[in-house]
Design a protein. Structure first.
Length: 277
């Protein structure tokens, strides 16, 4: 889901609130009501004209002016979104956590959890060295799916989870290859087993199984090697990796640690795969 789509969703929140105000003509607006509405609308207009920094300030002003009103949680949420638009992820995350604690009964929690996950997802600077933000993003997406399965964000959360798991699996495979090149067989084995245990629905499962066939055979564990070959053959009989595993049991077979098979290309996944090759 793009930032433009997130804008549209938040505009719906704003418009819904505005319509409620229009439908209540019998309630006389106080000076404080008018101040908070004015601040809120100024912030909203700032987003429309592409000034999220000013918008964040105005949304926070609106929240402070009338902390007990229905405008307060919406303003807090919109301030977080304004930070996100500027790529101020740490400020957005801090404000989102404050929103969840301050307004525990607000109806827009699903969106807040989604935005937290997105902030972690987009704040990655070096996927090759630090996967911490990805793991936090995955945890939050899982939380969203489990607790808000019917929300507007659960479908995109599932899609993002697939991408995250592919990225994390690609790093495990990269490290496994790295250890293989240096003859660190046990360390390599652990990395490929991690793919099987945690990322078995990713595009890297076939290579991980094949590498375990290779390594176990290299260590003289032929039964273990055969076990992984059987799993690979049963599930991916037509795979190029299975063909390679079949050759392992030829006594003249030697591990080729440099060749890899590019099986699929899927947008952002391909971008990350290039980092690890």
């Amino acid at each position: 889901m793009s930032k433009i789509n997130l804008i549209l969703i938040l505009l719906l929140i704003i418009n819904a609130c505005s319509k409620q105000e229009i439908k209540s003509p019998t309630i006389k607006e106080t000076k404080q009501d008018l101040e908070v509405i004015t601040a809120y609308k100024e912030a909203y207009n700032a987003i429309e004209r592409g000034d999220p920094f000013f918008a964040a300030k105005k949304f926070l002003d609106a929240e402070l002016l009338f902390p007990q009103s229905e405008w307060a949680p919406k303003s807090a949420l919109m301030a977080s979104y304004s930070y996100y638009l500027q790529n101020y992820y740490s400020e957005a995350l801090e404000n989102l956590q404050r929103y969840l604690k301050t307004y525990p009964t607000d109806k827009n929690h699903a969106y807040a959890h989604y935005l937290i996950a997105i902030c972690y997802y987009e704040s990655i600077e070096d996927e090759k060295r630090d996967t911490g933000p990805l793991i936090k993003s995955r945890e939050k997406f899982n939380y969203l799916i489990e607790n808000y399965p019917n929300s507007d964000f659960s479908l995109d959360a599932k899609f993002k989870l697939e991408l995250i798991n592919d990225i994390l699996a690609s790093k495990e495979v990269y490290l496994g290859r790295h250890y293989m090149k240096r003859g660190k067989w046990i360390a390599a084995m652990n990395r490929f087993k991690a793919v099987i245990d945690f990322y078995n629905d990713t595009i890297f499962i076939e290579e991980a199984l094949h590498r375990l066939v290779e390594i176990n055979y290299k260590l003289g564990l032929e039964e273990e090697s055969q076990k992984y070959a059987n799993i690979l053959g049963y599930n991916y009989l037509s795979s190029e990796w299975y063909k390679k595993s079949y050759k392992v049991f030829n006594k003249n077979y030697k591990i080729n640690q440099n060749k890899t098979i590019i099986k699929d290309k899927r947008g952002i996944v391909e971008k990350f795969k290039k980092l690890f090759d």
